[in-house]
Design a binder for this molecule. Structure first.
Ligand SMILES: [Mg+2]
Length: 307
């Protein structure tokens, strides 16, 4: 199916682990744990896509393992298949009530194990696909607004807790409406794709993140990047776009497609400062860049806040 998927097998019995491993290794990467403590540790550090968990184990049984995993945000969504040697309905019910997606009975029949695990892996794979679609801009295939908001929130928290500088950038294609009027919307879409790829390429050797957040508007998040480096990165990125030499007869500032950008850099200092307001400052800097003739980068520090 997909060798990027991983399954954690948890069983105190070595021969069971072996049987399960043989069943699963053709479908996914196999991880092994022989007790509850190891199961929790490996689940937290390796974040498997699926866990196959024995119920009866010494020290910590499968029920305790699932309760622990369900109480931790990193692991609470990982699907779990229980293995039970008991044919009691009660045991099965308890497992399902705790959130297991399926129950396997011992003795293990490889064909049945494989079919059940295949079904669960397919679910995981489809969820992952859907999740990717929800976070990608269909036209340019770079990140979309939703993903941008999520990354911004995460990086804002990082800046707050680590005290590292964070730079936010909003970029806009100059005279894009005129481009569409002049060359048609299909040509406009092609330009947006080219710009997206170019901007993404420009961030390749940085920790920067790029998204398309509106029609002809893009945004970058540059973690751990002080303003002087941010300016350098953005100036390079927009130079790469103008170097594409996409003719634009309707542009009021150049003969080719260009970008304007606004940057705001800060260390998130307190919680009353919020990421939205920071983004707003980058947006105002962009406005200033537009007002000052476009095809340029403006840093928010030089922007006067309205009274
Ligand atoms: Mg056991």
């Amino acid at each position: 199916m997909n060798d990027e998927l991983s399954v954690l097998i948890v069983d105190d019995d070595k021969s069971n682990r072996q049987v399960l491993k043989e069943c699963i290794s053709g479908m996914a990467q196999v991880l092994l744990a022989k007790n509850g403590a190891q199961a929790i540790e490996k689940s937290m550090s390796l974040l498997p896509d699926l866990i196959v968990l024995d119920i009866v184990m010494p020290d910590m049984d499968g029920f305790s393992v699932i309760e622990t995993l369900r109480n931790r945000s990193q692991t609470q969504h990982i699907p779990i298949i229980f293995i039970t040697g008991s044919d009691s309905e009660e045991v099965e019910m308890k497992g399902l009530k705790l959130g297991a997606v399926d129950v396997l009975s011992k003795p293990l029949h490889p064909g049945v194990v494989q079919a059940r695990i295949y079904t669960q892996l397919q679910n995981v794979f489809q969820k992952r696909l859907l999740d990717a679609l929800v976070h990608i801009d269909a036209l340019t295939t770079i990140a979309n607004r939703r993903q941008f908001d999520e990354v911004l929130e995460r990086e804002w928290k990082n800046s707050l807790s680590l005290g590292t500088p964070l730079s936010l950038v909003i970029l806009d294609v100059d005279y894009f409406k005129d481009y569409n009027d002049c060359y048609g919307h299909q040509a406009g879409d092609t330009v947006l794709k080219k710009i997206a790829l170019s901007l993404k390429h420009g961030l390749e050797h940085t920790h920067g993140f790029i998204a398309r957040i509106g029609g002809e508007e893009f945004a970058m998040i540059l973690p751990n990047t002080p303003v002087e480096f941010a300016v350098e990165i953005v100036e390079n990125a927009i130079k790469q776009v103008s170097d594409l030499q996409i003719a634009h007869q309707g542009s009021g500032c150049s003969s080719v497609i260009t970008l304007s950008a606004g940057i705001h850099s800060m260390v998130a200092k307190n919680t009353s400062d919020n990421a939205r307001a920071a983004l707003e400052l980058a947006d105002r800097a962009l406005f200033k860049a537009k007002e000052s003739g476009r095809n340029q980068v403006v840093v928010a520090d030089s922007v006067c806040l309205p009274a």
